[in-house]
Ligand binder design. Structure first.
Ligand code: ZN
Length: 198
């Protein structure tokens, strides 16, 4: 039954299609939105559209950016010979918050998971291999310490070893199953500094 009228029901339906948003939260958000000042709603809708239209993958590291090459890859201060492989842009952001890493990144956008049917060709591995044809001295694998993250790390190390490029894995100070973005900066820095060559 349509308690709220068509427009309101449509808004609730759209909101509840987002990940992590159940029917109750969608209702709460919808009621919040209709009480917001019109210009704030316009800003919110505009930000969504702008992000969707302009955000793309960096040509070099595959992170999300609104330029062809992201600010990290285009910065002359960053060491292009050191590549840290992370699962997603949120993990990259976690390392950037420490502000101690001077290399560049490679964002996989996922991890290998046989259980979920995600194979090596479903994440941005091909792009990583292509980058290794350039001048690279070290690849630091900073995937999560979950089963998927470890599977991915193992796969990458086997892939890179024959090329002679140094491969290392961040130290296991990172709690098992822990998502990198939730780990505090000290732990993250320790994990990076204590990385082990594979
Ligand atoms: Zn980039």
């Amino acid at each position: 039954m349509d308690y709220y009228g068509k427009q309101m029901s449509k808004l609730i339906e759209q909101l509840s299609s987002l990940p992590g948003i159940g029917a109750k939260t969608a209702q709460r958000l919808a009621f919040h939105i209709i009480r917001m000042p019109k210009e704030n709603v316009e800003q919110l809708a505009g930000a969504m559209l702008d992000a969707r239209n302009n955000v793309r993958y960096c040509r070099e590291c595959c992170t999300l950016t609104d330029q062809e090459v992201c600010p990290i890859c285009s910065s002359p201060a960053r060491d292009k010979r050191m590549i840290m492989v992370v699962e997603n842009t949120r993990d990259l952001a976690a390392y950037e918050r420490i502000g101690k890493y001077e290399g560049v990144y490679h964002v996989l956008h996922g991890a290998i998971s046989p259980m979920l049917g995600i194979g090596p060709s479903d994440i941005r591995l091909k792009e990583l291999v292509q980058r290794l044809q350039g001048d690279v001295s070290e690849v630091i694998i900073a995937t999560n310490s979950s089963l998927e993250g470890e599977t991915t790390a193992l796969y990458i190390s086997k892939l890179i070893k024959p090329t002679g490029v140094k491969v290392s894995r961040i130290a296991s100070g990172v709690p098992v199953g822990g998502d990198l973005e939730y780990i505090d900066e000290v732990t993250l820095l320790r994990a990076l500094e204590g990385r082990i060559e594979l």
